[in-house]
Design a protein around this ligand. Structure first.
Ligand code: PHE
Length: 466
């Protein structure tokens, strides 16, 4: 243990450090802003009835997501190792048990599973860059755009190819290390994405259906809110913030000592939520304007946005830029999904970063074919929650991330001693107190309640008591 302590008694990371506070915020924002905001949020909100779901999602982001994110960063920075090792070290130091390492292990597995489908959808965005350039969407009707989507997704070879290209790109950046390239990409991508979402927003405001879109998104109808929708909202909050699986912990390991964890977390949460809400505001009016249904599923953005671009001046250009940016956003998230597994292999098995990345990349690439086939050859094959894609998505977002988040926030709130956490948060004043209360009570109770509710336990208990 002593060998990895720096002179001042603090550990330092084996993989280098972020060059500045800004670099860290950009990297975490890059990991958070991705397909989750623009592809997933609108269709999940659509499938769960809109307004009430959005409200629960926002509550989960602020009340649960924020304290969990702060916990993850502080644990990462204190441990300064891959999530598995970090949790083992701190588990031993703070709670007398190495077993906490399993929390990191679950994160490694969750990241691998999530990327296996994430890469397939990111591949769709790559294909849509080419389609945009080709001009097929110019003046296209809902039917034409829909058929284009069906033709592409229905052919497993095409989807397999774009999935392969995206995985190769991800392996390439992760193998080069955390800093180079990534910072530059995010610095440009997030603001550009915001600007394009605003362009789309102006278009949807003029579509004549803006009011209907806003009403769908913000008028809560609690009748539509099932126990499973509440779980989906919690899962989406975790997914979109990249928390609960060690990605943020791994990034925190490279964070310089003096950076404010609270400030960084708040900036990331704000940027991520703003982009998701903008995406919803841009997409739902178009859904209604074109006679589509919000519950259409994973194809929603691919069926609405190309049509909007097809009707705009300079649409070919804007559409191309949009899908390029979305691919970039997915790329910077894929890096976060791989980082825990790669850092673990490097440290645990003494591999080079390149070797570790190729190994993990190949595994994820293979698993990804389960999702590739979920939209064509195996689209009718049903397991527990539907297709292979549905199952992997449900297992990771709705179960593994909330469970990981629960254990992480529990560890930070109850197992770590107050001195360690207040030392990392650099603050013994109000902010620390609020975080500590949230980490001890609000977040764990909230997560537990939603999880137990979804398996019907709360109802069961209520029935017994009645
Ligand atoms: N937050 C990313 C998105 O919204 C997905 C992600 C999850 C990335 C977990 C890293 C870790 O697209």
């Amino acid at each position: 243990m002593l060998s990895n302590q720096a002179g001042d008694g603090k550990r330092s990371s084996l993989h280098g450090h972020w060059s500045s506070r800004m670099a860290f915020v950009l990297a975490v924002t890059g990991s958070a802003v991705g397909l989750g905001n623009i592809w997933k949020f609108p269709y999940i909100a659509g499938q769960n009835g809109g307004g009430a779901f959005v409200l629960v999602y926002l509550a989960c982001v602020v009340l649960i997501g924020m304290p969990v994110m702060m916990s993850e960063i502080l644990i990462g920075r204190r441990g300064r190792r891959n999530p598995v090792r970090t949790m083992q070290i701190l588990g031993e130091e703070e709670g007398g048990s190495r077993r906490w390492g399993w929390v990191g292990g679950m994160g490694v597995i969750a990241g691998i599973f999530i990327l296996s489908y994430y890469s397939v959808i990111a591949g769709w965005t790559l294909a849509y860059i080419v389609k945009s350039v080709s001009g097929v969407f110019v003046g296209a009707t809902a039917e034409v755009v829909g058929a284009e989507f069906e033709n592409y997704v229905g052919d497993w070879r095409k989807v397999g190819l774009t999935h392969t290209i995206f995985m190769a790109l991800s392996v390439y950046v992760v193998a080069r290390g955390v800093e180079r390239g990534l910072e530059q990409a995010v610095r440009f991508m997030v603001p550009a994405l915001l600007v394009l979402m605003l362009v789309l927003l102006v278009y949807s405001i003029n579509s004549g259906y803006f009011g209907q879109g806003v009403a769908f998104m913000f008028t809560p109808d609690f009748e539509k809110l099932t126990q499973d929708s509440v779980l989906a909202a919690l899962g989406q909050a975790f997914f979109t913030l990249s928390i609960g699986m060690g990605a943020i912990m791994a990034y925190g390991a490279y964070l310089p000592e003096e950076t404010s964890i609270t400030g960084a977390s708040a900036a990331v949460v704000a940027a991520d939520t703003a982009i998701a809400i903008l995406a919803g505001l841009a997409i739902f009016p178009l859904v209604f304007a074109n006679g589509l249904t919000p519950a259409d599923g994973p194809g929603l953005v691919f069926n609405t946005l190309p049509m909007a671009f097809g009707q705009m001046q300079g649409g070919v250009f804007l559409s191309t830029i949009f899908f390029v940016l979305l691919s970039f956003a997915a790329w910077t998230s894929a890096i976060g999904l791989m980082e825990p597994a790669v850092a673990w292999i490097v440290e645990r098995f003494n591999k080079t970063r390149a070797q570790a990345t190729v190994m993990i990349g190949l595994l994820i690439w293979l698993l990804g074919f389960g999702t590739v086939l979920s939209f064509n050859k195996l689209s009718e094959t049903r397991f527990l929650a539907g297709t292979i894609f549905n199952n992997v998505d449900y297992l990771t977002s709705n179960i593994m991330l909330p469970l990981g988040g629960l254990l992480i926030v529990w560890f930070a709130g109850w197992v770590m001693c107050r001195n360690s956490t207040s030392d990392e948060l650099g603050n013994t004043g109000k902010i620390f107190k609020v975080w500590h209360l949230a980490a001890r009570f609000l977040a764990p109770v909230g997560i537990l309640f939603v999880l137990l509710n979804a398996v019907g336990l709360i109802e069961w208990i209520r029935d017994r008591l009645a």
